[in-house]
Design a protein around this ligand. Sequence first.
Ligand SMILES: Cc1cc2nc3c(=O)[nH]c(=O)nc-3n(C[C@H](O)[C@H](O)[C@H](O)COP(=O)(O)OP(=O)(O)OC[C@H]3O[C@@H](n4cnc5c(N)ncnc54)[C@H](O)[C@@H]3O)c2cc1C
Length: 383
Amino acid sequence: MKIRILGGGPAGLYFAGLMKQHDPSHDIRVFERGPRDATWGFGVVFSDRALEFLRGDDEALYQLLTPHMETWQNITIVHNDTHIPIAGNGFTAIGRLEMLKLLYAHVEGLGVSIVFDTEITSLSQPELAGADLVVAANGAFSWVRSENEAKFGTSVDWRPNKFIWYGTSKPFDSLSLTFRDTPHGVFCAHHYRYNPGMSTFLVEVEEQTWKKAGFEQMSPEDTIRHCEQVFAKVLDGHPILSNNSYWRNFPAIWNERWSAGNVVLMGDALRTAHFSIGSGTRLAMEDAVALFKAFKEQPGVPQALARYQEIRQPPMKKIWNAANVSLRWYEHMDEHMKLDPVTFAYNYMTRTGRVDHAEVRKRDPGLAAAYEKLHPELAAAPG
Ligand SMILES: Cc1cc2nc3c(=O)[nH]c(=O)nc-3n(C[C@H](O)[C@H](O)[C@H](O)COP(=O)(O)OP(=O)(O)OC[C@H]3O[C@@H](n4cnc5c(N)ncnc54)[C@H](O)[C@@H]3O)c2cc1C
């Protein structure tokens, strides 16, 4: 099969690798508009089962990535100056660029050709001529999707909060969420170490806080200085670092139909999941596994594309729904910050409805007990 893939992110690369490994006679080419050694962002995080989902289909890749990852069992919620560690929340992180470089080497070793510095801007471009399958894995701003919204049944819901993806040289001990009251409103930082000397430091604020702080007119340097001042206590003298970092709004994207003809959407092009649940990269790679499995079951392109949506949509929609509940919690963080620190941390843990009191007790009996002291009606709850 002649397969052409737009986008050398986790989704496109991983799908290419799985298909080539299964059948080396496939002619697979990935087009990436960026250069080989540059990408946006810092580290990405994988929640709970981390890379376990890879193991069944790709033990070799699992073994390749795992030693490069930072792992921890706790998250820490920082409510102004009160630190509340919460046990039982496994997370793993890796630098985005490091992960992509490992994926480049892995798939090129299997015989996939990656063409860097090449932007595909039209489905009639010669690079795609004669393809049996065109995979649009070109990220959240995929033009393949946005120019064909009626065909895919696309909805894009722009959320009001503002966020900016920074890094810092401070290596944090656990995945942390720091919330600080300021005269302009609450600032939240999502921060975690992704290699021994670097952490991701993503700052998020409600829209009115962003306006009151004057970020609209502020230079990139002053924006960094402002955030450094707000988070001075957790940064401990370390600087905030930029990598093409700018304030954005999050688009919650969904598509009713995942393919049109021989063109199929995958990864963030297909759907975005808010970064607060740490699943965007995992979901992108799980899409790749699902499309690969659909082709194993149904070698015909139309049948395989139908099967892809059939097997992948139910589990994916559950996580997508949870992500959308989670992002709304942050849209009311100024209100939540009025809670005492323990109730705030508990409220955070149970925000998507997927963790109930019995589960909090199981994961962190200390937090459950502290919460029950403040809310005695729950002490008698089963579980
Ligand atoms: C601020 C922020 C924080 C995040 N934090 C996390 C996190 O902690 N954990 C996590 O798991 N996920 C996180 N994510 C999400 C994660 O980065 C994405 O979900 C994941 O990268 C999706 O993979 P993808 O392959 O679908 O798309 P992408 O990684 O976006 O890759 C798409 C690729 O396509 C290329 N491309 C685009 N257009 C073209 C074109 N026309 N021609 C050729 N190439 C093209 C791009 O250059 C890019 O390399 C975060 C995202 C954001 C924005």
